[in-house]
Design a protein around this ligand. Structure first.
Ligand code: DGT
Ligand code: CA
Ligand code: CA
Length: 362
């Protein structure tokens, strides 16, 4: 059966939240900014409302540059408040969850969803369901979003982006090829600047151009795996299911020591990049861990683990380093020379504000 896959993306999300909380901003260019704090103007624009975009301001440009662009125009520069947006995000995702078979959140303001079952495979019924989702988001959270409904994830994402803001674009199976063909190839999910440049070099400008290249031609340029992906996605072949993303239950890293060792300092030095990586991943996901384990692997490949449970959850790197060093000391004291060493943090508690943000930062 043809699937009905949807993609929802909130319009100019952070700026829209600021507008709805302060309606006097509505007629102004609104810029949500991440101030880095070095000087008053240092930092970047996180997002801008459509009025500001018409004046040439967009995500990622320096604040100072935006100020220059808008010199002489009244505009609102607002400090980004992620926790606030994460609250709206969570409530919107909840509305979506109530109305679909499965959903897969892929960012703070966007998610894929599948409504094949609910719509009984009918794009007409699917269109009504999508309108209902949009109107519920508007009524309950006062936010507009753009939604695409199509037979695959790749095409659903193209569809949600097709008409913005407040769009609803439905692409049925018979319209799929005509819909995709004229689009610029860089709109295809997973095509970065580099790939897009290389494709343009090969005369590929639109998704249709790409669909007309065969795999051996693309293989020469990108290698086989990418060639197959490019060919299939441009041809509308994409059977990636919409899948609820599981929450991480542990984060770990294992390293192989340069030589077998029982010297705690020597091992800690080699572990430092792995510890740093674990800490970074914890911080990115907005997690707090309660347990820290050190895993020792001996030259006969037998494995021993020592775990420490903390009194309170933390995301603190010095706590992680201290506990790792302690556990490692105990482990080498007991076992002797180690060949590989792992660290693991688990028993996560998520901070309330950050559960959606974690998705965004993944
Ligand atoms: P849209 O979807 O085109 O109407 O506009 P946005 O602002 O919703 O853009 P989107 O969906 O790409 O990003 C969602 C939010 O993520 C956006 O409101 C702010 C944040 N964001 C996007 N790009 C950047 C960026 O380059 N830097 C920073 N700091 N934040 C960003
Ligand atoms: Ca958006
Ligand atoms: Ca988005």
């Amino acid at each position: 059966m043809t699937r009905l896959v949807g993609h929802l993306d909130l319009d100019y999300f952070y700026a829209q939240v600021e507008e709805l909380e302060n309606p006097s901003l509505r007629n102004l260019p609104v810029l949500v900014c991440v101030y880095s704090g070095r000087t008053g103007n240092s930092g970047v624009v996180s997002t801008a409302n459509y009025r500001a975009r018409e004046l040439g301001v967009r995500s990622g440009i320096p604040i100072a540059f935006a100020k220059k662009r808008l010199a002489g125009t009244e505009a609102a520069f607002i400090r980004m408040d992620r926790e606030k947006y994460a609250g709206y995000s969570e409530r919107v995702m909840e509305i979506l969850r109530e109305n679909v078979d499965v959903m897969e959140q892929t960012g703070i303001d966007e998610a894929f969803f599948d409504i094949t079952k609910r719509a009984g495979g009918s794009f007409e019924a699917g269109t009504e369901m999508a309108s209902l989702i949009k109107s519920q988001v508007l009524q309950r959270e006062r936010l507009t979003c753009s939604v695409g409904i199509a037979p695959t994830k790749i095409s659903a994402k193209l569809a949600s982006d097709f008409k913005k803001p407040d769009g609803l674009t439905v692409v049925g199976p018979s319209e799929l090829a005509n819909f995709m063909e004229p689009m610029p190839v860089e709109k295809l999910y997973g095509i970065g600047d580099k790939t897009a440049k290389a494709l343009q070099g090969a005369g590929v400008v639109t998704i249709g151009d790409l669909a007309r290249k065969d795999i051996p031609q693309l293989d020469d340029l990108f290698g086989q795996k990418m060639a197959v992906y490019l060919h299939n996605s441009a041809s509308g072949e994409d059977d990636e299911p919409v899948q609820e993303r599981g929450k991480a239950t542990q984060i770990s890293r294992i390293i192989t020591l340069k030589r077998n060792s029982r010297n705690q300092d020597e091992i800690m030095t080699q572990l430092a990049p792995a510890l740093d990586d674990v800490h970074k991943r914890v911080a990115e996901k907005g997690l707090f861990f309660r347990s820290i384990s050190v895993i020792g692997i001996l030259s006969d490949l037998s494995i021993r683990t020592r775990t420490k449970t903390l009194e309170a959850p933390t995301s603190d790197s010095s706590t992680l380093n201290r506990a790792t060093s302690e556990l490692l000391g105990a482990l080498v004291g007991e076992l002797g020379d180690l060949r590989r060493v792992g660290i693991k943090v688990a028993d996560f508690e998520e901070s309330k504000e950050q559960s959606s943000l974690s998705e965004f930062l993944r």
